[in-house]
Each structure stands twice: as structure tokens, then as C-alpha cells.
Design a protein around this ligand. Structure first.
Ligand SMILES: [Zn+2]
Ligand SMILES: [Zn+2]
Length: 143
């Protein structure tokens, strides 16, 4: 079962045409393991801050300081003073998905040779995989 998403968002006006949105988002997604393709439940957590500005896309003078801290938050330019949270949440969910999804740290994945799920069973090709350059060196030495 997948838990429904939960979160909270606080919006505060910080100027005549500026608002700050702070939010937390917790949700669970179903994905598949990068190594063995098993279904993986992934808990996502995103904490985000958006600074929303209505109107101009340009910063006036005196805004340099905030511009330097660009990484701290996302900027959002609005044509109208209406904030649609849907796209923000969607963006945050995508951003919080890790680049690599694995079912378990110790997941052995699928055999690249025959596609066998190495978590469940082993296969013939496994030995080839284990052959490291060092093993070859050792063989040469033994001769
Ligand atoms: Zn896996
Ligand atoms: Zn194999």
C-alpha cells in the first residue's frame, strides 16, 4: 500500500508583490530497482522555499544580496498574485527522487549475461563477472 502524500505549506507576504512559500512534502512513490527491477517503495521528503514575485522578472537595484543566495530557494515569477501549488509540489517530488533507486544496498541485481535475478539464484556467468585483473595476475604468477 502506498501512503498518501502529506505536507504543509506556509505562505507569507514579504512585500507588496512578494511572498514566501515554505513547505514540507512527504510522499511515497512506487518505482523499480535500478539493479534488479523489483518494485521499490520510495519515501520522499522535500523541504522547500519559494520566493514568489508578481510582475517583473527583474530584480531592481538593492536586490543583489538576495541574488547571491540563489541556491537557498527557488524563485517564482507570477503574472497574477495567484499561486498554484500543484506544479510546485510536482517539481519538488521530482527533485527529491534520488538519482539511483535500489531495493537494498546489497542488491546483486540481474546478471548482465543471462538476466537471472542474482538475489534469488545464481547462474553460470557469475564467475566470469568475478574475474578481476588481479585474479589474472595471480594466475600468471602461479605458472
Ligand atoms: Zn534490487
Ligand atoms: Zn548469468
Amino acid at each position: 500500500m502506498v501512503e498518501g502524500p502529506s505536507g504543509k505549506t506556509i505562505a507569507a507576504l514579504t512585500g507588496s508583490s512578494e511572498a514566501v512559500i515554505k513547505g514540507e512534502l512527504r510522499c511515497m512513490i512506487l518505482s523499480s530497482c535500478d539493479r534488479c527491477c523489483t518494485e521499490v517503495k520510495l519515501k520522499l521528503a522535500a523541504d522547500f522555499v519559494y520566493v514568489c514575485m508578481v510582475g517583473s522578472e527583474e530584480y531592481g537595484p538593492g536586490r543583489q544580496e538576495t541574488e547571491c543566495r540563489e541556491e537557498d530557494y527557488n524563485r517564482l515569477y507570477l503574472k497574477e498574485p495567484v499561486i498554484d501549488l500543484g506544479p510546485l509540489y510536482r517539481e519538488q517530488v521530482f527533485l527529491s527522487i534520488p538519482p539511483q533507486i535500489i531495493c537494498d544496498e546489497s542488491c546483486r541485481g540481474l546478471c548482465q549475461g543471462c538476466g537471472t535475478d542474482l538475489n534469488k539464484t545464481s547462474c553460470e556467468c557469475e564467475q566470469v563477472e568475478n574475474e578481476s585483473p588481479f585474479a589474472v595476475l595471480r594466475q600468471l604468477k602461479d605458472r
